[in-house]
Design a protein around this ligand. Structure first.
Ligand code: ADA
Ligand code: CA
Ligand code: CA
Length: 224
């Protein structure tokens, strides 16, 4: 597996990263529903998708997503363009490989579904997000989130379990570079289980905001 950003900045301060080069671009004025057995997105190079009229990317709720990933659908090598709207909605069992948000809208990616039903794993491998006024990843249903070798710069919460909710969530953050943010995980659910290893935190104010009962296992975190 190869991702554009290595999390291993052994020795010295980790560098800022930039968006990859765009090879093709499209505009969409409707949410793109991904419902296929193949992976959506180019195998080589990057496709930028710019939302038009789906939302202005502010903090106003109920903007429309740019992409909806149905159960078990996968995407790769996509750049979500400004204004970002409500980003990507995931219904479970999804893999998101090398996906970038140039300017996160209301949020970048949401785990969606029925709050009483576990939707499986959402795996985000590589990729990155810039300029999230508040949240990058919003978890609204029970799931397992795996965030591997991700990059985020200028954000509020990297991962937010929906405010006030108590459903179970497992979060694994493995590798990654997180720069200028308020926190990495914030949850109000006592059945939140977080593992975070081999990451660079550069100017992260209060990395884990978790209630009593939640579990947190941290290892190899380099703080700058
Ligand atoms: C807020 C709001 C939730 C949900 C969430 C989201 O946290 O309170 O109800 O809409 O945003 O998914 O963006
Ligand atoms: Ca929101
Ligand atoms: Ca949202």
């Amino acid at each position: 597996m190869s991702t554009p950003f290595s999390s291993n900045n052994v020795g010295g301060k980790p560098n800022k990263q930039k968006l990859p080069k765009i090879d093709n671009r499209i505009k969409t004025d409707k949410s793109i529903v991904v419902n296929m057995t193949a992976t959506y997105g180019p195998r080589v190079g990057y496709l930028k998708i710019v939302p038009v009229g789906l939302g202005n990317g502010s903090q106003v709720e109920d903007q429309k997503p740019v992409l909806i990933l149905n159960k078990n659908n996968k995407i790769q090598n996509i750049i979500i363009g400004k204004p970002g709207a409500d980003g990507i909605h995931c219904l479970g069992g999804n893999r998101i490989t090398n996906v970038f948000w140039e300017d996160v809208g209301e949020d970048a990616l949401t785990a969606k579904g029925n709050e009483s039903e576990y939707i499986g794993t959402i795996e985000i491998i590589g990729g990155g997000a810039w300029k999230a006024a508040d949240k990058v990843i919003q978890i609204n249903v029970p799931c397992t989130l795996k965030l591997i070798d991700f990059y985020a710069e200028d954000f509020g919460r990297l991962i937010r379990v929906n405010g006030g909710k108590k459903f179970p969530v497992t979060i694994e953050i493995i590798g990654g570079h997180f720069r200028n943010g308020t926190s990495i995980v914030r949850s109000d659910s006592p059945s939140t289980n977080v593992t975070c290893k081999n990451c660079d935190f550069v100017n992260i104010k209060d990395p884990f905001i978790l209630p009593k009962g939640a579990k947190l296992k941290e290892s190899d975190i380099r703080k700058f």
